[in-house]
Design a binder for this molecule. Sequence first.
Ligand code: PGA
Length: 251
Amino acid sequence: MRTPFVVGNWKLNKTIAEALVNVTELKNQLGAVKGVDIGVAPPFTAIHSVAKRLEGSSIAVCAQDAFWETSGAWTGALSASMLHDAGATWVIVGHSERRQHFGDTNESVGKKARAVISSGVGAIVCVGETLAERDAGRTLSVIDAQLDGGLAEVPDSNHLVIAYEPVWAIGTGRTATPAQAQEVHAHIRSRVAVRYGADRAAAIRILYGGSVKPSNTAELMAQPDIDGALVGGASLEAADFVAIVKAARPS
Ligand code: PGA
């Protein structure tokens, strides 16, 4: 059985004070929730404060990106071990916004994912097609290329999670149907089996992301290969995120 994993990706939102209000609420409301792993990905500036506030809870702190080098002359960059030092135990890599606006490629995502896993931190590797790619019937080949690049040098690890986030569903209010998501999730699991073997494929968690909200979580989670959610907009309000986590619990 795979424990569901629900992660809130706050993107470029929240001051430290706002972040602390949010996670204090999460700690109070989700402290007793069992059967689901929970993470929040605040902006870098709030990671340390949030991690301190969440001490004693099982809510994990995630970073939204990390560079692949571990030290040196890389102005503006942060390594996975620095993020771990600040309190993060997971790092999201290859989010479509990083690919679209910050130059991440399948190759650089692979270098980041390898560096994150080598630092003993969990990696949430994101993949997903654009609307043009879906309309052209290229969804699965795009996902394959993203997985091949993103996992190229990543050793087999139980610290690896994949997130399927169709670009056309992110922040648009337009969620993939459960059947559309399931098709891609099953495909991803079969690719993981080829790369790491059947046992890893059976154990790896594949999260869905893209306009997840309290009202659509349960139907997505009911799909056999959907093991959790990467939640953007709806994670900014603690009440919505709490409702999503509760809807993701195994029935
Ligand atoms: P959204 O974002 O939930 O706002 O669509 C999801 C994501 O980008 O991870």
